[in-house]
Design a protein around this ligand. Structure first.
Ligand SMILES: Cc1ncc(COP(=O)(O)O)c(C=O)c1O
Length: 454
């Protein structure tokens, strides 16, 4: 059965339900047909719970949108920086998506998951030589970000008698209203070629051994406005025209990046996936047609709007601190190491009590992480039912930039992740152990003697 709701407009994964026939009187949250309370009992907490249907639905809505609104060829890529692991790469590839990777590690993960190299695009503003070598060995497309890389790659390709496929990342000079750290299209961004450099880059390319497929731009992330995405088509069409007219470069691909926002809290009101795709297709079609240019193969690379709404993180509630005439803190067994977004971007989240889903939310609490850091607060002023130690708190929309930005701060092992679908759950990331934390540690011989003799 298909679900027409756009996942990025929901607070909960598409399969979320209140479960009442599980043997106790209070309703439990179920995701992917699995009782979240039972998942925590089986796999422990914190636990990332990834709903396969929500992820697949978002992939399908992007692909369906391009088939409906774009007359040329298209390819949706998944920006794997949002969450890179074997299972996620395999699911999006199974849905017909390519993958955008931003490091050797993400490239390696995508390759190991069995994704075809030609559908992989390597980004990065400072790719190392080993990363470029891995890219050339694999046959993926390299999205060249700057002069340093362009020259290194050209030299490397010549030394190996290769003609690798590349694209050029440009800074389009488009402003959008999102957090400063996730805005990338404005002119003083660290990413991409400055427009002033582009003519010289085109000239270099026309003599180069690199095969340039086309141009790329990404204007930022968690964007609710449609206009910047529509405008991007015009900026990029103009560069296609200059490349063809003045440098004899005929590009075939245009990548307009990702950036569609999602609903983290009730007041977030992003456009649907379909509306975003329609806008992008209209912007590109109009601007290329006006300039009498053939429609390029149109690529986009969303991350957050594909995977963000598909995951929720389950925690166990521990201590409670009530400050007279002040806040009530509810502490959970995770925090900034499994979700660094609140402390990094002041991001807001919502949460529910999975073991008392139907209880009235009559308390206002602040959800505190367990890290030794006062700023480790996941949610301020959250309305919840009266919560006690042992309750299961589920933070919503945690699929994007949570696991992928997770750390071992305070030497806290990273959580497990399970993929849920049709009532069954499979581990896709094992919970880290204390031994995993020591995996890279080396104790020099001399220190070893000191610790054992003292
Ligand atoms: C180059 C590039 N492409 C795609 C994305 C994905 O963006 P989002 O997750 O907002 O869709 C990002 C993230 O910032 C990015 O830097």
């Amino acid at each position: 059965m298909t679900d027409d709701r756009s996942p990025n407009q929901q607070l909960l994964p598409l399969t979320a339900q209140a479960l009442t026939d599980h043997g106790s009187s209070a309703a439990h949250l179920s995701i992917g047909g699995c009782d979240v309370v039972a998942l925590v009992a089986q796999f422990g907490s914190p636990l990332y719970i990834l709903d396969e249907l929500t992820l697949r639905t978002a992939c399908q809505q992007y692909r369906r949108g391009f088939a409906q609104y774009y007359a040329g060829a298209s390819q949706v890529l998944y920006a794997s920086k949002a969450w890179s692991c074997l299972a996620v790469c395999a699911i999006v590839a199974d849905e017909g998506l390519g993958i955008d990777v931003v490091s050797g590690g993400e490239l390696y993960t995508a390759l190991e998951s069995g994704v075809l190299p030609r559908s992989l695009y390597l980004h990065g503003n400072n790719k190392s030589l080993p990363e470029l070598e891995l890219a050339l060995n694999s046959g993926c497309v390299v999205v060249v970000d700057n002069w340093h890389e362009l020259k290194n790659l050209d030299q490397l390709a010549r030394s190996r008698s290769q003609n690798p496929l590349v694209m050029l990342r440009l800074t389009p000079g488009i402003e959008c209203h999102t957090h400063e750290y996730i805005r990338t299209g404005h002119l003083d961004s660290k990413f991409g070629f400055d427009p002033n450099d582009v003519p010289a880059v085109f000239s270099f390319l026309s003599q180069s051994t690199l095969q340039c497929l086309g141009l790329h731009a990404h204007i930022g992330s968690q964007i609710f406005e449609l206009q910047p995405h529509q405008d991007l088509g015009g900026v990029m069409a103009e560069w296609f025209l200059v490349a063809q007219r003045d440098y004899g470069l005929s590009f075939s691909e245009l990548n307009i990046g990702g950036g569609l926002g999602i609903r983290y809290i009730e007041s977030d009101d992003p456009p649907s996936i379909e509306e975003w795709v329609q806008t992008v297709c209209r912007g590109v079609t109009e601007s290329f047609t006006q300039r009498h240019l053939p429609l390029p193969k149109l690529l986009c690379e969303p991350g957050r709007s594909l995977i963000g709404p598909a995951c929720a993180t389950a925690y166990t509630v521990g201590s409670r601190k009530e400050i007279p005439q002040g806040r009530t803190y509810l502490a959970i067994d995770g925090g900034m190491s499994d979700n660094p977004r609140p402390i990094t971007y002041q991001s807001q989240y919502r949460a529910v009590l999975a073991n008392r889903l139907d209880a009235g939310a009559d308390q206002v609490v602040t959800i505190a992480g367990k890290h030794c850091e006062s700023g480790d607060i996941l949610i301020r002023d959250l309305k919840l039912p009266l919560a006690q130690s042992g309750d299961v708190l589920v933070v919503l929309a945690t699929g994007a930039y949570n696991y992928s930005m997770a750390s071992n701060y305070n030497r806290i092992p990273r959580p497990a992740a399970v993929l849920v679908s049709n009532g069954s759950a499979s581990v896709i990331l094992r919970r880290e152990t204390y031994d995993d934390l020591l995996r890279q540690d080396c104790l020099p011989e001399a220190l070893h003697r000191q610790t054992t003799t003292s």
